[in-house]
Write a protein that binds this ligand. Structure first.
Ligand code: VGL
Ligand code: ZN
Length: 194
């Protein structure tokens, strides 16, 4: 399938932080392997003058999603720590990029980049109608960001070659993909973009 990028499009790069990469606190297996192709998408959007949004998990130290504080996850992406930084190979444009922090309050978690953030208003201000989404994890923050966007009326295109999941329960990634498809997301690869 061929998809043409227009000036109503934006790219959302989900949670490409050290803690979600191999060696991090909550690693997504092979999470770093998608960086080269993600960078290609990022540069393509940059060349076309289109906005690129980078979401990041940005939790306080006693966050509700952490084990011992009501949640299931090991502590990860704690504000201002090394693990919360973006992977150093991730390409971040100088201009027309936005960092969206989520899960920033102790008592509130957010798997979607739209939850408790200004992402929607930033997209609407720019006339964005369609979001292209890549990053990690397919079965958590990517899925919820895609569905969150669809629920708000955006079209959503998932970058199939630039996502990775965790599969805490085997089949989670497959089910996440199925759910995104059922809700109307379209899946493409780098070669589909013109
Ligand atoms: C995520 C688990 C906990 C994600 C964030 O980015 O997919 N997963 N917090
Ligand atoms: Zn988190």
């Amino acid at each position: 399938m061929k998809v043409k990028i227009t000036d109503r499009d934006a790219l959302i790069v989900v949670d490409m932080q050290k803690d979600f990469m191999p060696g991090g606190a909550l690693p997504v297996p092979d999470g770093d392997k998608i960086i080269p192709v993600l960078n290609e998408y990022i540069k393509l959007f940059e060349e076309k003058g289109l906005p690129v949004f980078f979401t990041r998990d940005w939790h306080p130290p006693n966050h509700i999603s952490f084990k011992g504080h009501g949640g299931i996850w090991p502590p990860h992406c704690v504000q201002n720590t090394e693990g919360a930084k973006f992977h150093e190979e991730l390409y971040i444009p100088k201009d027309n990029k936005f960092i969206i922090s989520k899960g920033t309050s102790q008592d509130f978690d957010a798997y979607s980049g739209f939850q408790g953030t200004i992402l929607e208003s930033l997209l609407r201000e720019r006339g964005v109608r369609r979001i292209f989404v890549g990053g990690v994890a397919t079965d958590y923050c990517v899925k919820n960001t895609v569905i969150g966007g669809l629920n708000l009326g955006f079209e959503a295109i998932v970058l199939e070659d630039a996502i990775k999941g965790v599969d805490v329960n085997p089949g989670d990634v497959e089910r996440a993909i199925e759910e995104m498809l059922l809700r109307g997301a379209v899946f493409i690869n780098r070669d589909d973009l013109v």
